[in-house]
Design a protein around this ligand. Structure first.
Ligand code: FE2
Length: 618
């Protein structure tokens, strides 16, 4: 009988389950994809049932269940924090504590009850700490037998940031920075102040930063103010936050708005209101401070461990702009970042910690990462796709030869069509990597606008990512290695860039955005960078084959890839989710497996009126 560890992340945000059998990842998935509730934080019943099914196991066959948090430590942090800040935190203490007492402290009992519902009376329960789970998720599936480990996120139990070392099957935490001093929460506070949602808007803030005026007096002054008043940054990257500016330790909001207004001379932006240059400058200021902190921490990690490789996880490790700079700094020969770096990835880390740390099982390192392209979720066969075609009486064509389907899809892309692309196993982690993706031609001058406003129904300033086949990476980007998980930002090659018009800097945001900055404008961000996903022929054969078909038609081995969802919804999971999303947007074609779906009549667009007014769609 195989030995299996079930990892679970739940009750905070973004629940997930992962299954490691005899040391190998069999499956991992986010609960939100099944329940269709974005960042679903409930017990991941569906994800657990799915990962067990994938392995052909029942809960009674599981060696142990590893939960990504130590509930008692977290409870202790809450008590001590409230104690330390009393009486200011009384209001949130009263509203938060009953939930914590009821749900978190009795986690063990709750988990047992949930497992009973799933058919097992009493699985063995393990509780690796939050940051051990992140560290394990970064090191064990990485291609390195030995590496420095950096975990950076909002908060776990006490730790917000750790530096560790991984060797063979051991992970050791060497340094830790504790709550409330948190890089993740600092970034989230700026996310909140700039009018975006905490826990999901951080990516938007990072996308906004390049619109800030680099080196301008305002950005430089704000960086100085942040470092003088808010963040006491030490040479080794550790820091203390001045809690006069932050309310998350005791209050129910992130910032002390009045204090920020006084410091920056800028009020908090109400969400969905016009974005002016000030907030772009603010986004750039905090991005640059974040990069400085990450670089210093990485330097300390290098000195402490003497390792030439670095692995990373935790929400801040999704800051691909900082990751790109870290790579280019040359501090480490190579870095590897867990694609599911947020709390959902804690499920996989907990499972690995269970296997290697608690059970002390050896680790075989082959020099390749064992994430299988992060394609670890459910897949659906011809029968399921056919059912959708029948249920919706959907016009479609099936292809016996996948090469013919790729050739057809490449032709559609070249023609400026937007194609939904659904193949094989769903991605684990926040990014769609070509199995649940919406695709377009990166060269097309209108593609970015079309995707933003007619398909994704979202703010237009956010850049799209390119998927480029491994063989063409350096043809398009200043990058000398693969970036399979879309976690590195690198410059577009100089010879592909186009000059800017006079007075460009004073143009409004959307005029700047839609200026054609290169021969692949849809994926070239405002600062001539791109958030790159490279595609390997062996790991991701079907997606590679499509992009290669496009390359053979056009000479460009690169396309636009955005996740298959609309604003506010999780990425699609099933063929039915995909078909419904397809019919609810202005997507032109949809490929699921060997099926090509098209639209016969124009659908009704839910959000069209809103976007029509907002952006004057034509
Ligand atoms: Fe975390």
């Amino acid at each position: 009988m195989p030995e299996a560890i079930l990892g679970i992340s739940a009750f905070y945000h973004d629940s997930a389950a992962a299954l490691v059998v005899d040391g190998k990842i069999i499956a991992a998935a986010h609960e939100e994809r099944f329940t269709r509730q974005k960042q679903d934080s409930s017990f991941p019943h569906h994800a657990v049932a799915y990962v067990l099914d994938e392995a052909g196991l029942d809960l009674k066959d599981i060696t142990a269940v590893a939960f990504y948090d130590k509930p008692y430590l977290k409870f202790e942090r809450l008590l001590e924090t409230y104690h330390g800040f009393a009486p200011k935190g009384l209001k949130s203490f009263l509203s938060a504590m009953p939930v914590w007492i009821k749900e978190k402290l009795f986690m063990r009992q709750m988990l047992r009850e949930e497992f009973k519902k799933l058919g097992s009376a009493d699985p063995k329960l393990l509780f690796p700490e939050h940051h051990l789970s992140h560290a394990a998720s970064a090191f064990y599936p990485s291609p390195f037998s030995e590496a420095a480990i950096l975990t950076l996120d909002g908060v776990g139990e006490w730790a917000t940031c750790t530096i560790g070392a991984g060797k063979d099957n051991r992970v050791e935490i060497l340094r830790e920075l504790d709550f409330p001093h948190s890089l993740g929460l600092l970034y989230s506070a700026f996310t909140y102040y700039c009018g975006f949602k905490v826990n999901s808007g951080e990516y938007k803030l990072m996308g906004l930063a390049p619109y800030g005026r680099e080196g301008s007096p305002q950005v430089e002054k704000w960086k100085e103010l942040i470092l003088a008043e808010m963040v006491d940054l030490r040479e080794d990257g550790s820091f203390l936050l001045n809690m006069d500016y932050f309310d998350y330790a005791t209050g129910l909001t992130m910032c002390v708005d009045n204090a920020w207004h006084k410091l920056f001379g800028l009020p908090r932006r109400e969400s969905e209101t016009e974005l002016d240059q000030n907030y772009m400058d603010m986004a750039l200021a905090i991005q640059e401070v974040t990069e400085e902190i990450v670089l210093r921490l990485a330097k300390t990690a290098r000195e402490l461990t003497q390792c030439k490789y670095l692995v990373m996880a935790g929400g801040v490790a999704l800051n691909c702009v900082a990751n790109g700079k870290l790579l280019r700094s040359g501090l480490f020969s190579d870095i590897w970042i867990q694609p599911a770096s947020g709390d959902a990835g804690g499920a996989l880390g907990a499972a690995f910690a269970g296997w290697h740390v608690f059970l002390d099982k050896p680790r075989q390192c082959t020099g390749l990462d064992t994430m299988q392209g992060a394609l670890l979720g459910p897949e659906y066969g011809t029968k399921e796709i056919l059912k959708i075609a029948r249920r919706y009486n959907a016009p479609h064509q099936t292809y016996d030869d996948f090469g013919d389907l790729c050739a057809k899809a490449a032709e559609l892309l070249e023609d400026g069509q937007v194609v939904g692309w659904f193949q094989g196993r769903m991605e684990y982690g926040p990014r769609a990597l070509g199995n649940r993706s919406i695709l377009g031609d990166a060269r097309h001058p209108e593609m970015q606008k079309k995707l933003n406003l007619k398909i994704k129904y979202r703010e237009g300033f956010r850049p799209f990512a390119p998927s480029v086949i491994d063989e063409c990476i350096s043809e398009f980007f200043e990058l000398d290695r693969p970036s399979p998980y879309m976690l590195l930002v690198a410059p577009v090659r100089k010879e592909r860039l186009k000059p800017l018009p006079d007075g460009y800097d004073s143009l409004p945001l959307y005029d700047r955005l839609y200026h054609l900055r290169s021969d692949v404008p849809a994926i070239t961000h405002i600062d001539y960078s791109a958030r790159i996903q490279s595609v390997n022929k062996d790991v991701h054969p079907r997606y590679w084959q499509l992009i290669d078909a496009f390359r053979r038609r056009t000479g460009y081995g690169v396309i636009v890839n955005t996740s298959f969802n609309v604003r506010g919804e999780p990425i699609v999971c099933t063929p039915e989710d995909a078909y419904r999303c397809f019919m609810g947007t202005e997507m032109d074609y949809l490929v699921i497996g060997d099926f090509l779906f098209k639209k016969e009549e124009q659908p009704q667009y839910d959000n069209r009126d809103y976007w029509q007014q907002k952006y004057e769609l034509d």
